[in-house]
Design a protein around this ligand. Structure first.
Ligand SMILES: [Zn+2]
Length: 330
């Protein structure tokens, strides 16, 4: 089966989709040791199939597994990489808490981490490409405690090694789009931080024959942007809508010329963007005259996980309609 991804304004997602109740239940059962890892990935196929059904009905060109297996973007990997131990609950902001994992020994990838869900998703996506999505070394480092590695540079490279092994296997399995999520980068928008992350990502991506995407969102995106432009990646998928497109003029200012995953849908608002609104957002970018439509991917700001399922789906439906109408205009 082959699916033709449109050459202009292809539509995609950042990764997570509202967690289906069955998926949350399965995660708990696995954590309590009631089901094995193998059984877990077999059973999680049910929720993944539901997510993919929504994507296909909305008409998304490049889909994901909806991250139904992942309690959160750090804990999921920490639970599966040797050297990590479960941590205490810590507060991130407001009433958001997560179990910040602890690195207590050498980090070793003893088996594939997320490839099984990717393979299953690919088997039911009607030929549509499925993004392989993994949390990046910088974000894994920032959102873990470390009591083993002597400094951050040693730590981030150990994480990069684990992630690279996983990415290589994903590419061998057929993944054409590799997305590394680095939301922590915009929380510390300084040159030295961007350079540290850049070195790790260079290692993760070296020699990778697939579309290399890095996703960053929120925080001080406009401050980090100039420091990441020379990263060895094909595309940055960035949040725009939530910050009212504040980042747009900086694309021009810094001569941005990579592909752009353009965030046109706010995942922290229950209000469904209209087709007209999304088209206007696309127009704003096109009128800047920095990128041709062939280099612009249309996606939400971030993962859709914070939304109820029907709102998430309605947002995707309008986003796809807007991209499709924009194709005939640009
Ligand atoms: Zn994000």
């Amino acid at each position: 089966m082959s699916y033709q991804v449109p050459s202009k304004f292809p539509t995609t997602v950042i990764g997570s989709y509202p967690k289906l109740p069955e998926a949350s239940e399965l995660i708990k059962r696995r954590d309590r040791g009631e089901i094995s890892e193998e059984e877990f990935h077999r059973l999680i196929r049910g929720p993944i199939a539901e997510v993919v059904k929504d994507y296909l009905e909305a008409g998304i060109d490049i889909v994901s597994d909806g991250e139904q297996s992942r309690e959160d973007m750090v804990v999921y990997f920490a639970q599966r990489v040797q050297g990590y131990e479960e941590g205490e609950w810590v507060r991130i902001y407001d009433n958001m808490y997560f179990r910040k994992p602890i690195i207590k020994g050498p980090l070793i990838r003893t088996s594939p981490l997320a490839i099984e869900d990717w393979l299953y998703t690919s088997s039911i996506s009607g030929g549509r490409p499925v993004k392989f999505i993994i949390t990046g070394p910088y974000t894994m480092m920032e959102w873990s405690f470390n009591v083993y590695y002597k400094d951050r540079s040693e730590l981030i490279m150990a994480l990069a090694k684990v992630i690279r092994e996983e990415v290589l296997d994903a590419v061998r399995a057929g993944a054409k789009y590799i997305q590394v999520d680095e939301p922590a980068l915009s929380t510390r928008p300084w040159r030295e931080e961007a350079e540290l992350a850049g070195e790790a990502l260079r290692y993760v991506f070296s020699g990778i024959e697939a579309k290399r995407v890095v996703h960053i969102c929120y925080g001080r995106l406009e401050r980090i942007l100039p420091y990441i432009l020379d990263y060895p990646v094909d595309q940055f998928a960035l949040e725009f809508k939530n910050s009212n497109f504040r980042l747009l003029p900086y694309l021009k200012e810094y001569g941005y010329n990579k592909e752009l995953g353009y965030g046109v849908v706010d995942v922290h608002s229950m209000q469904v963007e209209t087709v007209k609104e999304v088209k206007e957002a696309i127009e704003k970018l096109m009128k800047l005259d920095v990128l041709p439509p062939e280099k612009v991917y249309i996606n939400p700001d971030c993962g859709l996980k914070p939304l109820p399922r029907e709102v998430a789906k309605a947002k995707l439906v309008n986003m796809v309609k807007a991209a499709s109408e924009a194709r005939s205009e640009w």
